[in-house]
Design a protein around this ligand. Sequence first.
Ligand SMILES: [Zn+2]
Length: 391
Amino acid sequence: MTIHINRMKENLDYVGNTFNSDTEGYNRLAFSKEEKDAINWLEEELKNNNISVRRDTIGNLFARIGPKDKPIYAFGSHLDTVKNGGLYDGALGVIAGLECLLQLKKFNPQTAAYELVCLVGEEGNPLGGTFGSRVIAGQVNTDDLDEDILQAAELTKELIQEASNTIENYAGFIELHIEQGTVLERNGNKTGVVTNIAGIVRNHITVIGEAGHSGTMPMEYRKDALVMASEIVQYINEEVRKLDDGTVATVGQLEVRPNAATIIPGEVEMTFEVRSDNKERLETFPEEVLSWVRNNYDVKVKPGVRKPANAMSDKIIEATEQAGITLDFPTMRMMSGANHDTNTLAPFMDTGMIFVPSIDGISHNPAEKSDWKHIENAVNIMLETLKSFDQ
Ligand SMILES: [Zn+2]
């Protein structure tokens, strides 16, 4: 029993080219008609193969096969994309999951049930990324949600509440995904076995200076907020490079006020993001930097997104590695610097992720690409892993 790589290619191309709202890259934004149409297509495909499908009130899809009273091993990903995104992010994990489910059905499992899961709104969106998984995990508080944003997403507080906290008692969850980095490519394009997913801590720093005329104010009297912000960016970059645990830090967004050629910047608002799979570092590093910043500059700090780091389960990691050995496809352990729905699900069940090498690490970009030989290895490892749970 091996996967039908050509059927996977056809399905992935079909989803990418059929459900697209723009000509540049692939566009199935969270909660858009294109995302809905793509999930409806998946539902049809499953039904055509006599697999029953359940949709919850926010649009998440669940398709199960196997005995009713046995442990359920779930797998899947998301079908939404970023704006002008690539063909593989999310969709590859869903199409791979569909392929595995079709193969497992033929295999007629006796001691394990299997479920394909497609979660809505994974990419960054006005309701917050990893939306589908956070709702079923009971982590979305509808009091915090704006009515206009809900309406644009064709959702209501009632629909969200009905799907809230409905997470199934899965024995495991596996997500296959492109790596979106270059670690695997630099290591002979092995298949990645994820051990940890990095957490995220974001803070919004506003640096207060003093606006003034760019021609008349002598240099020694200036309080240029952008110059001070630049010093902070430099400091963050230098300090994070001293760490030896893979922690990364980024200032990716700056707002200069008033942002005019003839005015000395009076205020700069910037994002300070730290990602790490080291739980302690994720707490201490941002605080150390912020304390230095507060001691040296006039700033206001507003906490932003916080997502915890989570470890994948040894059970899934070892089963995936064993599948690689059985099939004679090399694997390597690695951490995920990107967040995924699996990170939301990790505290509730045994989770694991399988990474496919990304060519040049390009992602969230129309040029995103993976080699089908490497995809084939990873999907076969996933299928073998899932099969190993039916003993
Ligand atoms: Zn993704």
